[in-house]
Design a protein around this ligand. Structure first.
Ligand SMILES: [Zn+2]
Length: 151
């Protein structure tokens, strides 16, 4: 019996030693992981800063292009890509504005109530003539012809 208990005790202390060993290892691994995470954050941070600076360089080049500066053909082509994308954005915003029954300012991109004649943000004129009628009864008019009669 003593022998049996002694064996249990020995096994227990062995297990305890093992557990301590593993928990020390785990702490080491954890602090290793914490360091890795820290370094990864630092790498991401630096990468994001590069992206920001790249964007700033791009914005500088693009604004120079807009004011007529000469650039190598491939750089100019990239600027033209931006022009095309800006046009696409403008037309998409127009579509959103139609859905929202709003008017997009061509100068600042602000959404304005379709009743506005001038942009609420920058004061740009939103259209040439005020709308003939702003229909407040949407259920009654589901055809476009209603508004087209007064031209
Ligand atoms: Zn505006």
């Amino acid at each position: 019996m003593d022998n049996f208990l002694g064996k249990i005790k020995t096994n227990f202390s062995k297990a305890k030693d093992e557990a301590e060993k593993y928990s020390k290892l785990a702490i080491q691994k954890t602090s290793n992981l914490v360091s890795q995470t820290k370094y990864n954050f630092a790498v991401n941070d630096a990468e994001n800063k590069i992206v920001t600076v790249m964007a700033e360089i791009g914005e500088y080049v693009y604004s120079e292009y807009l004011s007529g500066a000469e650039f190598p053909a491939d750089v100019a082509a990239k600027c033209e890509d931006i022009d095309a994308l800006k046009e696409e954005i403008a037309s998409l915003k127009e579509r959103i504005a139609d859905l929202k029954d709003a008017t997009v300012c061509s100068s600042c991109g602000e959404y304005n109530s379709s009743e506005n004649i001038y942009c609420a943000k920058c004061g740009e004129k939103l259209r040439q003539t005020p709308a003939a009628d702003v229909d407040v009864t949407p259920a009654a008019s589901d055809t476009e012809e209603d508004t087209a009669e007064e031209e």
